[in-house]
Design a protein. Structure first.
Length: 329
């Protein structure tokens, strides 16, 4: 019987363009390229050089077959800063890449010179594998990132939970990725908003939002209990005040927009549909006068927690009770 040798990993593409400005995505793209190269040759070396420091001669050395073993990954970082001379050398090289060398060019998409700006087009034409790493700046983009991270970890997360996680962790993609991975591990893979809030109990913004949600919903006992717990664990007064102001403003904006389809209203109000849907439910029991008065309450509270009030704890409790009463009224 004929025996077949096991299939060898395919030789990696010799040219890679990593295009964008998001640090985590760039690091992952470079790491993935290195991993692929090492699957083909476990002894592959990695060399990094900043484009602004790259010279024609240095590039020749880096890609010279005699410098290292055959397996090499050379990463040219911040290629938008490259000099005209080095850009010309790089353009010449990509037309005939050296065997055993994988060149990774990291480029923002802009450039200080025409030569630098032209590099992405040159690499694309030369057949480079392109990885897009655009800067993630909008909340909706961060929520999409969180959902993708959870999926890649083998879990599932709903829209409200993804947004709550972004509110809790912030804009740093590394922290979001870590939190998403941890939640998948801790929940068994199915993540809802309650799981996010349980996991992040004591985080300032989540605790503040918990107080605010109970207050605008008119739940006196739960709002006071949440407030006292937040104060007990040391949540900053200003963060709770900010959360109250955000909740009141959101309900006011959604209430004034009328009872529409949240998906349709999302672009108009600049909010995710789930948040509009929640605010529509919270708006029940509020009228225009009550919301106007609540807006004044949170405006005054902002000044109180920043030094105008002698006792910020009391100012917060008074504001929460007033908001609850305004809704009930």
């Amino acid at each position: 019987m004929t025996q077949h040798a096991s299939a060898q990993p395919a030789a990696p593409n010799p040219l890679h363009l990593v295009l964008g400005e998001e640090p985590l995505l760039i690091d992952r793209a470079v790491a993935n390229t290195l991993d692929a190269a090492r699957r083909s040759d476990p002894e592959t070396d990695l060399t990094r050089v900043r484009a602004s420091e790259l010279t024609d001669g240095q590039l020749s050395e880096l890609v010279s077959p005699s410098l290292f073993s055959d397996g090499r990954v050379v990463v040219v970082e911040a290629a938008h800063e490259i000099s005209q001379e080095a850009a010309a050398a790089l353009e010449g090289y990509v037309r005939a890449p050296a065997a055993g060398v994988v060149l990774v060019v990291v480029h923002s998409g802009g450039g200080r010179s025409n030569a630098a700006k032209a590099l992405p087009t040159t690499l694309r034409k030369a057949g480079a594998a392109v990885t897009e790493c655009p800067k993630v700046t909008k909340p909706a983009e961060r929520e999409s990132f969180v959902r993708a991270e959870v999926r890649s970890a083998g879990g599932r997360i709903d829209a409200a939970a993804a947004s709550a996680l972004v509110e809790s962790v912030g804009s740093d993609l590394r922290e979001l990725a870590s939190a998403a991975s941890q939640l998948v591990a801790d929940t068994g893979g199915t993540i809802d908003e309650a799981a996010v809030r349980r996991y992040h109990t004591g985080k300032a913004d989540v605790t503040g939002f918990a107080v605010a949600e109970k207050a605008v919903a008119g739940d006196r006992a739960a709002a006071l209990a949440s407030l006292r717990w937040a104060l007990h664990i040391g949540v900053a007064h200003v963060l709770i005040a900010d959360a109250l102001a955000d909740a009141v403003r959101t309900v006011a904006r959604v209430a004034s927009a009328g009872r529409g389809n949240p998906n349709t209203m999302a672009s108009q109000l600049g909010m995710p549909p789930w948040k509009i849907r929640k605010a529509q439910g919270q708006a029940t029991g509020w009228n225009r006068e009550g919301l106007t008065a609540a807006m004044r309450v949170v405006a005054d509270l902002n000044a109180d927690v920043k030094g105008a009030a002698a006792d910020p704890n009391y100012a917060l409790e008074r504001a929460v009770l007033t908001i609850v009463d305004l809704r009930a009224g």
